[in-house]
Ligand binder design. Structure first.
Ligand code: HEM
Length: 138
């Protein structure tokens, strides 16, 4: 299926590489959930107590999605299933915007604010696209 959002895959990969080079993925994922639970404490209850496991699952998914961003349609079945899992947990479609905003702010911070607006825009659009695919389950 063709995608409506035009993304430069090199920019998305570059952002992730910068995050890894600068503050690293552990900092990134810690910040991501700290921001989410800080801004939306009510979301905490949907997660299990084992946040270490959740963090590693999210990081694996991010690696897969970012490495395969130019072939994202090949991950469609997996992403729609992931969307279904979120729907089953009563995560609303509106929460995905918050996810995208949070993951963009966190990447910027974890890369020590070295990413350009263009790079961050492609990063943000990549996760909009991922969200759109997950939301096909809704
Ligand atoms: C692009 C959007 C998102 C991606 C890529 C994503 C990724 C993931 C992944 C990989 C898992 C682990 C699934 C598994 O156990 O196999 C997960 C679980 C989960 N996600 Fe997301 N997620 C997204 C959006 C959201 C949003 C918007 C929320 C809302 C707060 C959310 C809350 C959760 C919760 C509550 C779980 C289950 C945790 C548990 O079982 O303890 N996710 N997500």
């Amino acid at each position: 299926m063709s995608t409506a959002i035009a993304i430069n895959p090199e920019n998305v990969k570059f952002c992730w590489q910068k995050v890894k080079q600068e503050q690293g993925v552990d900092y990134f994922v810690d910040q991501f959930y700290e921001n989410l639970f800080g801004q939306f404490p009510e979301t905490r209850a949907a997660f299990s107590d084992n946040m270490a496991l959740q963090k590693s699952k999210l990081l694996t998914m991010l690696d897969n999605v970012i490495n395969g961003i130019e072939f994202i349609d090949q991950l469609e079945d997996e992403l729609v299933n992931l969307g279904q899992l979120h729907l089953d947990k009563n995560i609303s479609a509106e929460m995905y915007d918050i996810f995208v905003q949070n993951i963009t702010e966190t990447a910027s911070k974890a890369a020590n604010h070295s990413l350009s607006n263009d790079e961050l825009e492609d990063w943000q659009n990549a996760f909009r696209l991922v969200s759109d695919i997950m939301l096909r389950a809704y």
